[in-house]
Design a protein around this ligand. Structure first.
Ligand SMILES: Cc1ncc(COP(=O)(O)O)c(C=O)c1O
Length: 422
């Protein structure tokens, strides 16, 4: 057996953790069988995007090979079959997040577009002096659309602070909810720190004052079991590509009454009921918000990804990733000169850290030479970097297919980077 094959076995020969047969599941992801720079790929950049199982890849190919047609408009067989597959994926998405009604599921390009949709459409009711409350740990996608809405309307963006562990200060959050607060927009799971926010509690605090809440679930949906009815959130946004699904497809969940009252986000095909030159009437939900030919293959691929994670089981995935994060945190603590950024009590799937004397980008380059893919940078959360006084972090993020052996490979490579830059 050559060294690469031996290394593969060392990485893949993981004992099943907490009920998940990781070794078997890994074979569902063809990309994981690759080598990078002559080393077995250790893919720990899952918070940026996760890898796709064969079933998702096959599903998209199958759609183009056998079903491709535009949806909702054709009377011919292919169009009806494609429409059925597209709408079945909407049903699967409704089931995944336990939405009360299928028309509450709007397909968009991703979390970013979902938040922009709300900021633009719901944002039309903002007036000068109104307030939007976000947290200090938001991704740029949950900051910039609100800044743009504030620029358009004269509304004010308020930011609830976090402590040194990366946890939201609940008293401060509550204090910032005022008579002019029109919306709270907060992340469920921070992509830069790994903090899991107590969103149910935040929603209760906001609702007690009649304030609706948007939850950015880009990082949460792949790692936690999300129930939008139990949370009672008003909007919930997430992306397919972080959930083992295709890129370019995402979901906006919105309570039907709110979505119904909102003006369309974009104009064009599918979102209309009737068009004359003097007036256009709009389609019913969710089509009112799905203008133009959608990413049909992406939606159907997302449906396959949802089927995949549902079959594996989100609770089992969460348990496995939790064990990996705990193991990685323990390993990190043994490395001198390593400081973890984000030490909240409630964390999931993400380990961000900095190394004395080694810039995260340099560390990333050395890790890559060892076949270890992590993210080095500000993670589209520049204000978080500023809060912790670092220019960037190294971020390892875990998925259902990662193993303890891969965590060991990560820290072997980290030690190598420290040696190189000693
Ligand atoms: C917390 C969070 N919000 C929003 C986004 C934006 O997601 P997308 O680029 O898929 O629209 C990301 C992506 O990393 C994220 O981690």
């Amino acid at each position: 057996m050559n060294t690469v094959a031996q290394e593969f076995r060392a990485l893949w020969g993981a004992a099943p953790a907490a009920g998940l047969d990781v070794m078997r599941l890994r074979w569902d992801f063809p990309i994981l069988r690759q080598t990078v720079n002559g080393k077995p790929l250790v893919y720990l950049d899952n918070a940026a995007t996760s890898q796709k199982p064969q079933s998702v890849i096959d599903c998209e190919a199958h759609y183009y090979a056998t079903l491709n047609a535009n949806i909702h408009r054709g009377v011919h067989t292919l169009s009806q079959l494609a429409t059925d597959a597209y709408e079945a994926a909407r049903g699967a998405t409704q089931g995944l997040i336990h939405a009360a009604r299928r028309e509450e599921i709007v397909f968009v390009r991703g979390t970013t577009e979902a938040i922009n949709l709300v900021a633009t459409s719901y944002g039309q009711r903002l007036r000068a002096g109104d307030e939007i409350l976000i947290s200090a740990m938001e991704h740029h996608s949950n900051i910039v659309p609100w800044q743009m809405a504030c620029e358009r309307t004269g509304a004010i963006l308020l930011v609830a602070p976090i402590n040194d562990a990366g946890e939201l200060l609940l008293d401060e959050f509550e204090r910032l909810l005022g008579p002019r607060t029109r919306l709270v927009a907060v992340t469920h799971l921070s992509n830069a720190l790994g903090t899991v926010n107590p969103v149910r509690c935040l929603i209760e605090l906001a609702h007690a004052r009649g304030i609706p809440v948007l939850v950015d679930g880009a990082q949460a949906v792949p790692h936690l079991k999300v129930d939008v009815q139990a949370l009672d959130c008003d909007f919930y946004a997430f992306s397919g590509h972080k959930l083992y699904g295709p890129t370019g497809i995402g979901v906006l969940y919105g309570k039907a009454a709110l979505l119904d009252a909102m003006p369309p986000y974009q104009g064009g095909g599918d979102m209309i009921r009737e068009v004359t030159f003097s007036k256009t009437t709009y389609n019913e939900l969710p089509f009112k918000f799905e203008a133009g030919t959608p990413n049909i293959a992406g939606v159907i691929g997302l449906g396959a990804a949802i089927d995949y994670v549902s079959a594996v089981g989100l609770e089992a995935i969460a348990t496995h990733e939790h064990a990996l994060l705990a193991y990685a945190t323990g390993q990190a603590a043994q490395i001198s000169g390593l400081r973890i950024i984000g030490t909240a009590t409630e964390k999931a799937s993400i380990l961000s850290f900095v190394l004395d004397g080694v810039h995260p980008h340099d560390a990333g380059t050395i890790l890559d030479l060892e076949g270890v893919a992590i993210r080095a940078g500000h993670h589209c959360a520049m204000p978080v970097m500023e809060r912790f006084g670092v220019p960037a972090t190294v971020r390892a993020s875990f998925a259902l297919y990662n193993t303890r052996e891969e965590v060991d490979a990560l820290f072997r490579a980290v030690r190598k980077a420290q040696e190189v830059f000693a």
